[in-house]
Design a protein around this ligand. Structure first.
Ligand SMILES: Cc1cc2nc3c(=O)[nH]c(=O)nc-3n(C[C@H](O)[C@H](O)[C@H](O)COP(=O)(O)O)c2cc1C
Length: 317
């Protein structure tokens, strides 16, 4: 089966959510290997792309093997959006615009979820992106600023009229950040009205939740964030469930360890700018669900270099 966003073909309905501090190239590649149909970069700030293009491109570390890749931009200045789009476009299969980030430094740029609060300003960022690329442009939104100002349908309509190719909806308000339960009914309402693909997002931690999200909301794609941290298997298991209706087993202890080793290999081989803190954090996430995970994490906390991490994981093999 294949699916499309604009003219980009995806082999699965499952999309790796953009995640700052998580989606390094090695992790994106791993998720692709486990069956993500599309992988996303972390958000890239347009001001930083224009100020130091080489640095940001090296940090993002685009790889041929990970394609198709969605590159996420965040910002609000139209001129910077034009320039950043032209800089980033050769590396991207899809360009995504972030209209959902609730973090203070992004709101200070009048970007991210600031723009769902001020929908009249959405075109300031989306139009220059669309006008400077032939690649499909998508947007990722939250359902509103707070529970008194939920405006999913208004924002979806604006984005559709501007010409985006798909919209990812993290079904929470800005105020909710990551708390409470995602309001999937907003995804359903958007899907009923929209003429472009809708990507459902929020609280898919198990294959069964992705299936339930599709059944309840009729969304075209499912975006997975926290559920795949240290757990790229979720893509394989969810693809299997969607294809056959049956669950496949959770990965064995051995598979989990091998998977982290693969991550480490990719990290060492491909990452242009390596950070031990980042690597250690990933190592911690991969302990999830392992026997003796607490001891493993305790030992990892004390690790001083890659060799320590290798030794600690190898001792588990
Ligand atoms: C560590 C972390 C970093 C994130 N960074 C981004 C980001 O760069 N851009 C973005 O649009 N959303 C970002 N998000 C939000 C996720 O893409 C996603 O919308 C959210 O986690 C809800 O999906 P989930 O329930 O599957 O995790 C981030 C989330 C987490 C947990």
């Amino acid at each position: 089966m294949s699916y499309h966003i604009g003219n980009v073909r995806l082999d699965s309905k499952l999309i790796l959510a953009p995640m700052a501090g998580v989606n390094c190239a090695a992790f994106r590649l791993l998720c692709k290997g486990y069956g993500a149909g599309l992988v996303s970069t972390p958000m890239l700030v347009i001001n930083q792309i224009v100020a130091a293009p080489e640095k940001i491109i090296n940090q993002a570390c685009f790889l041929k093997q990970e394609k198709p890749v969605s590159v996420q931009l965040v910002g609000s200045d139209s001129r910077l959006a034009e320039q950043a789009t032209r800089i980033i476009e050769p590396y991207a299969d899809i360009i995504d615009v972030n209209l959902g980030c609730p973090e203070k430094d992004i709101l200070a740029l009048k970007a991210g979820s600031f723009l769902v609060k001020h929908p009249d300003q959405i075109k300031k960022i989306v139009t220059p992106v669309i006008n400077n690329t032939n690649k499909p442009v998508t947007a990722k939104i939250r359902i509103g600023w707070d529970d008194k100002s939920i405006n999913t349908l208004e924002v979806v309509k604006i984005l559709e009229d501007l010409g985006v190719s798909a919209i990812a909806i993290h079904a929470r308000t800005k105020e909710e950040k990551y708390s409470g339960r995602a309001h999937w009914e907003e995804i359903m309402k958007a899907k009923e009205k929209a003429t472009i693909p809708i990507i459902g997002n929020g609280d898919v931690f198990k294959p069964g939740s992705a299936k339930a999200m599709i059944e309840q909301t009729r969304c075209d794609f499912v975006m997975i964030g926290r559920g795949c941290m240290g757990n790229p298997f979720i893509f394989k298991r969810t693809n299997a469930l969607l294809a056959t209706g049956s669950n496949i087993e959770e990965p064995s202890e051995q598979e989990k360890k091998k998977c982290f080793m693969k991550f480490l290999e990719y990290y060492e081989n491909y990452e242009k700018i390596r950070s031990f803190t980042e690597l250690k954090q990933q190592a911690m996430w991969f302990t999830k669900g392992m026997t003796g995970a607490r001891d493993l994490r305790y030992n990892l906390m004390k690790a001083k270099g890659v060799n320590d991490i290798l030794r600690i994981y190898k001792a588990k093999l």
